[in-house]
Design a protein around this ligand. Structure first.
Ligand SMILES: Nc1ncnc2c1ncn2[C@@H]1O[C@H](COP(=O)(O)OP(=O)(O)OP(=O)(O)O)[C@@H](O)[C@H]1O
Length: 245
C-alpha cells in the first residue's frame, strides 16, 4: 500500500471529485531554509472526515498551517472549494475555513461566552453542538477543564458553519468522555457536509471516526487508504509511522 504522491491523486473520494472541498497538490513547505513538507498531495470531500496521522515531527501541524495560509508553500497548490488560494488566513476563514489549532485558540482571560462571540457563528449554534457548555458561559475560560476548553474551541469552529474544518490534536490530554463528545460533534458535522481534516495522536481513535487517512513520515505521504482498510492492517500503519512500509 506504499504509494507515491503521483499515485495519491487519482483516488476517488466518496461523493466524487466534484465534492472536493480541500486539496493539496504537490505541496512543499517549511520554515526558513528547512524543508518540512515534500510533495504532499491530499484531498478531502464534503461530508468526509480524513485523518492525518504520523509520529511527532512528521509534518502534520505544518500541513494544517499551510492549508490555513500561515505558511506559504514553496511549491504546489492549496485549493479550497475549487479555488487556488494564496491569500491570508483571515480571508480563508472568511470564505469558509475553520481551524482549531493545537493550543485550541481559546482566550483564557475571557469568558466562555466571549470566546464564542469571537467566532463567526452564533452562541446558539455553538451550544447546539455542546449544550453542556451553557452552564459555563459566564466562567473565565482559563478556569475550564482542558476538555471543556476543547469543546469550546470546536463549538466555536462548527458554529461558523465551515465548508472545511481543520483540527490539530483533537484528543491530546483529554479524558475519554470528552473525546467521545468531540468525536460525536465531528460525526454530526460530517453528516451536515463539512469536510474535516483531523490531526490526531491516537491513530486508532482517528481511524474509528475517519473515512480515510493519510500517514505522513518525514514530511511525505507514505500511506493512504480507507479507515476500514487501514484498521484491518494496522501493523502497516505503525510501520508507516517510521517511514517504512
Ligand atoms: N516554527 C518552526 N520553525 C522551524 N521548524 C519548525 C517549526 N515548527 C515546526 N518545525 C519543525 O518542522 C517539523 C514538523 O513539525 P510539525 O509540528 O509539523 O510536526 P507534527 O507532525 O505536527 O508533530 P507533533 O505531533 O509533534 O505536533 C519538525 O521537525 C519541527 O521541528
Amino acid at each position: 500500500m506504499k504509494i507515491t504522491n503521483r499515485e495519491v491523486q487519482p483516488i476517488v473520494t466518496p461523493g466524487g471529485s466534484a465534492g472536493t472541498r480541500l486539496a493539496l497538490e504537490n505541496v512543499s513547505a517549511g520554515y526558513g531554509h528547512v524543508e518540512v513538507l515534500r510533495d504532499i498531495s491530499l484531498h478531502v470531500a464534503a461530508g468526509e472526515i480524513v485523518a492525518l496521522l504520523g509520529r511527532n515531527g512528521a509534518g502534520k501541524s505544518t500541513t494544517l498551517a499551510t492549508i490555513a495560509g500561515l505558511i506559504a508553500p514553496r511549491a504546489g497548490r492549496v485549493i479550497l472549494n475549487g479555488e487556488v488560494r494564496t491569500d491570508s488566513t483571515a480571508r480563508r476563514v472568511h470564505s469558509g475555513l475553520a481551524y482549531v489549532v493545537e493550543e485550541r485558540g481559546v482566550l483564557l482571560g475571557l469568558t466562555a461566552a466571549q470566546n464564542l462571540r469571537l467566532g463567526r457563528g452564533s452562541i446558539e449554534d455553538a451550544l447546539s453542538y455542546f449544550p453542556e457548555i451553557e452552564p459555563h458561559l459566564g466562567r473565565t475560560a482559563g478556569l475550564l477543564s482542558g476538555g471543556q476548553q476543547q469543546m469550546l474551541a470546536v463549538a466555536r469552529a462548527l458554529a461558523s458553519n465551515p465548508d472545511v474544518l481543520l483540527i490539530d490534536e483533537l484528543s491530546l490530554g483529554l479524558a475519554p468522555m470528552f473525546v467521545q463528545r468531540l468525536l460525536e460533534s465531528l460525526r454530526r458535522a460530517r453528516d451536515e457536509g463539512v469536510a474535516i481534516l483531523l490531526v490526531e495522536q491516537h491513530a486508532q481513535t482517528a481511524l474509528n471516526v475517519a473515512d480515510r487517512a493519510y500517514v505522513l513520515a518525514q514530511g511525505q505521504v507514505v500511506l493512504t487508504g480507507t479507515a476500514e482498510h487501514l484498521l484491518s492492517d494496522f501493523n502497516r500503519v505503525e510501520s508507516a509511522y517510521l517511514g517504512v512500509s
